[in-house]
Write a protein that binds this ligand. Structure first.
Ligand SMILES: [Cu+2]
Length: 306
């Protein structure tokens, strides 16, 4: 016998097996035969229901506790440290809330169907075919959800990748196997990493910075998790984006595109500092001979030459 669970109950499919082959209910008093000594069916169903409720509650606790893990933001996303990050953050929140709403609705309907249409006797349930309103709902609801997610993602992505005419600072980022160089275009200085010491990118607070990304070798990806932004660094083209850091602090960055042997060592720091500290660092770079711009990578080990 084939019974298909639906929101309107169990559907018996007569085209799969004929009704004559359906075994008749077992005759006799309810406590005789193979069930003697075992829990009654009602007790088993209650236990199963209690287990389902406990599992759902545990899942809810685990999901909701993610809101405050490691001092991070909603659902473990780092709290934004740029002006533009607030937009990414609200897109993240909205997407999760939409997903949670759908999840809660589906779990509630499953629970309702399990309870309202549980087996009450050995008689076959009412046999139904199709349910047009529900079939239409199954089709239209996902389309509305996907269209909504697409709309908000496209809207925010185009806003986040918009370039302005005169950003306050421009940093030319060169990612190469397996280090980073940060060229400060206005001050005409650069910070670069060595195999022993990862580089630090210095940025003045509350100034819009344009990042120009380039690579002389393979594809890398520039990612500062606290900025809630990343973009690929592709040889032969210059990718650009702009951000305005608005929180003082030191943040970690990394290459997030597997690029070869020492990909995991392609790390860097970002220091968001006051304008005075930024100017002092530029002066220190000049004093250390780091004037000018580095547009190609350095050979850091033999593997890189391959
Ligand atoms: Cu890389």
């Amino acid at each position: 016998m084939t019974l298909v669970p639906t929101l309107t109950g169990l559907r018996y499919c007569p085209e799969v097996i004929s009704p004559e082959l359906v075994p008749a209910p077992i005759a006799g008093p309810p406590h005789e035969g193979p069930l003697v000594g075992q829990p009654r069916p009602d007790a088993r169903r209650r236990t199963a229901l209690r287990s389902a409720v406990a599992a759902t509650s545990a899942l809810g606790v685990l999901t909701l506790s993610g809101c405050a893990t490691n001092g991070r933001g909603f659902m473990n996303l780092p709290a934004p440290t740029t002006r533009e990050g607030a937009r990414t953050y609200s897109l993240w929140q909205g997407t999760w809330l939409a997903a949670m709403t759908v999840g809660v609705l589906v779990w509630a309907l499953i629970l309702w169907a399990v309870i309202a249409y549980r087996k009450r006797s050995d008689a076959l349930p009412e046999q139904v075919k199709y349910n047009m309103p529900i079939e239409i709902l199954y089709t239209v609801a996902p389309l509305i959800i996907v269209a909504g997610l697409f709309f908000f993602t496209a809207r925010d992505e185009s806003a986040l990748t918009k370039l302005t005419a005169n950003p306050a600072q421009t940093v030319s980022v060169v990612g190469y196997r397996w280090e980073w160089t940060f060229n400060y275009v206005g001050p005409n200085t650069y910070d670069t990493g060595t195999p022993d010491q990862i580089p630090t990118l210095w940025l003045p607070i509350n100034e819009r910075v344009r990042f120009e990304l380039s690579s002389p070798d393979v594809i890398h990806s520039f990612w500062v998790p606290a900025f809630l932004f990343k973009m690929d660094v592709i040889p032969g083209r210059t990718n650009q984006f702009e951000l305005t850091p608005d929180k003082l602090g030191t943040y970690s960055g990394k290459c997030t595109e597997y690029c070869g042997t020492d990909h995991s060592r392609m790390l860097f720091n970002v220091k968001v500092v006051s304008q005075a500290e930024f100017d002092a660092h530029m002066a220190a770079l000049r004093a250390a001979g780091h004037s000018g711009q580095q547009t190609t990578g350095r050979t850091t080990n033999n593997a890189q030459k391959v």
